[in-house]
Design a protein around this ligand. Sequence first.
Ligand code: ADP
Ligand code: ZN
Ligand code: ZN
Length: 833
Amino acid sequence: MEIFEPEDSRSTLFAEILLPVPIPKLFTYRVPAKLNDHVRTGQRAIVQFGDRKVLTGLIYNVHETPPKDYEAKYILEVLDEFPSVTDVQLKFFQWMADYYMCTMGEVMNAALPAGLKLSSESMVQLHPAFSLEESEHAFSEKEQMLLKRLQHDTLTYSEIAKFLGVKYIYSILKSLTGKNAIVLFEEVKEKYKPRTEKRIRLTAEMNKEEALEELFKTLSSKPKQESVVLKYLQEVPVLHDHANNKTGITKKDLLTDDISESSLHTLIKNNVFEEFEIVVPRFGFEEAHEVPVVLLSEEQQRAQGEIFKSFEQHNITLLHGITGSGKTEIYINLIKKALESDAQVLYLLPEIALTTQIVQRLKKVFGPAMGVYHSKFSDNERVEVWNGVLSGKLKFVTGVRSSVFLPFDNLGLIIIDEEHDASYKQQEPAPRYHARDAALVMAQLHHAKVLLGSATPAVETYYHAEQNKYGLVRLDKRFGDAQLPEIVLADMGEERKRKTIKGEFSGLLLKNIGEALSLKEQVIIFQNRRGYSPMVNCEDCGWVPKCVNCAVSLTYHQFRNAMVCHYCGYREALKSNCPVCTSTRITTVGYGTEKLEEELKLHFPDASVQRMDLDTTRSKTGYDSIIEQFETGQTQVLVGTQMVTKGLDFDKVSLVGVFNADRMMHFPDFRSYERAYQLITQVSGRAGRRDKKGKVVIQTSSPEHPVLTHILHHHYQEFYRREVDDRKQHSYPPFSRLIEITVKHIDKKACRDAAVMLAEQLRTHLQGVRILGPGEPMISKIRNQFLMSVLIKIPRGKSDLVQIKTIIQQHIDQVLKEKIFRNARIICDVDPV
Ligand code: ADP
Ligand code: ZN
Ligand code: ZN
């Protein structure tokens, strides 16, 4: 029975709740008195938001001050006994919202796996004591309609709105509740479901020596049933062993080929065995298996020693090690050491590089002690890793970008592998954060060490290392006797003159592919563009099919026989006649992975060729099976986009062909040289590991280009020097910070006007920064929204970043307040990549 205390003997508590909405404030709710002793910061709470929505939020703090200008609603429910989010995380959320100019709600939305955010639907049912005939109240037509329907059903808000054909039903519901006709209640569904498994065990009565003896007597004439019981006793040490009786055995383990399921069922029916369910973790927490210890080479040991030494002075250290130098083994060693000292470890990998390969390698060493956090995993799996970290059971997580949000409480080491990789940056939606930079802040909050690793460090990172802000350790030799590949250029201008080009392939590359295949070696072909052709055109009038929603030409995909927009997914069939001049001379221009695959099959009809790009890897297993077939040698030539450049380690690849280096280098962006250097060097690194020197052929029309010269000679430092001088001269990062503001509007003029107004205001109010634009970005319309952008260059070190961001936000708010710009969206991207 509940004991009632007089209300006034308790203090009234209020909680500030962080809700997953893009409104930059916290919301105050009243704590029901019975929860006074239970509410804590970081717990999830369910609250009513607005008239109809019910949301899951986080309790941010608790106090006794009621809100001044409105009456606080009650918290409906508190979902956690213990906080789901730690104080450190809340601090981290706050930092991220401030730095990346978004709301805490948006950060929270990105941080929590969907399984921890409840879906709720408010339900409506007829009041049990209500009868339409006997009620003394009058009802409107709509009310009567609804009441009749509710005699048979319980409905959600949205079902009612649909049924009545009106948008706002709150007034109707309010009227009906007032007349005691209906009741409202919240049905909350927890999305996360633990995984359960059916198991078999002896019933309690049977789990005794005497009972078993009796049983065997009765079973002596039933050999099949007898063998089931015998098998069980072999597998599960019973009798007094209570713990084992709790886990029992799975059906699969109990039933062998000669034991049939029907015997088991008879035994269950006869109360010998019983079926029961247990909750099994998706990731076990047992001990890791013993694996042969890898001994570090002398070079690796030196590097490791230097890393430890560097950590004494620098919390952040860069390991600049060429491809194949054995960085991963060093990471493994460092992780082991950190775990031994009982600290938690986060190993960050870029999205695509989180290949089965590296995870398998780590799984072998760490077994189930390692959690994997990846967007391709189901939500339940993500919740399990989250809770594993929260409870402290899971000390080590390997994960992508979003794992910086995990609830660590004792993080000792973060390793950021391939730190230069652009996929660490989230583009859409907010928070547009860079996981490397966010991890550095996380590390600071935890006093953890950070090791950044790359063969081709980001210019910014190398600059900080050069300035002694980060420690720097090098690994300049490949592991074992492996050598760096020989890189040669196929001069396309020259080959064109000599007419040695066939289709898209240079004579040089074709010759090398032929040789490699005849030696039963494997080949990787890299072309950073998917589809068949990036453009279709009419040879007579020059017509080019464009997307109806975006300002881009459509890419032709042969396997779909369609032209597709890579920005919005719009698709249409390839036309046989030009819609402008009716000519039939419709051709494709340029080439993507699909076309290269087709040409390769023509040139080498006996070779097995496979393609790896977004189109062939959409399914959860698509990627894995392509990798596996290449690993086992079933595939000889792998054609792919940048997916093939990252972190793959294959034994028999002796040749890598690089297409379209020119397009990468001449892309109009200040990072294009860096990107080209990184991509080409990374893909080259796939050639010739272990005992054979590999070869790389780069097709180019500008063989004299300095970036190519640096790549050819593996001269990172020289490349960096040139690049950093250039950045300094033009005041690009690391010598400035950039904020890119994009205005979006379905009306072109409104878009431009809003951008002009914003840029003008910022020019008047922001001192000491450069404001470029507004201008049209390279793609000026996406999904029917016109885009204009303004770029802000903030000199590093001199300006007050917080103040600048505040001013920018104020002026954005002001522009959006103008009636004509009401439907505009304005997006800030801090440190865009
Ligand atoms: P990186 O990550 O620097 O590209 P890896 O760590 O993948 O290089 O090492 C390259 C290859 O050398 C891998 O096949 C790895 O198994 C092997 N290797 C590296 N270090 C050792 C070691 N100490 N003992 C045995 N093999 C090693
Ligand atoms: Zn035409
Ligand atoms: Zn489109």
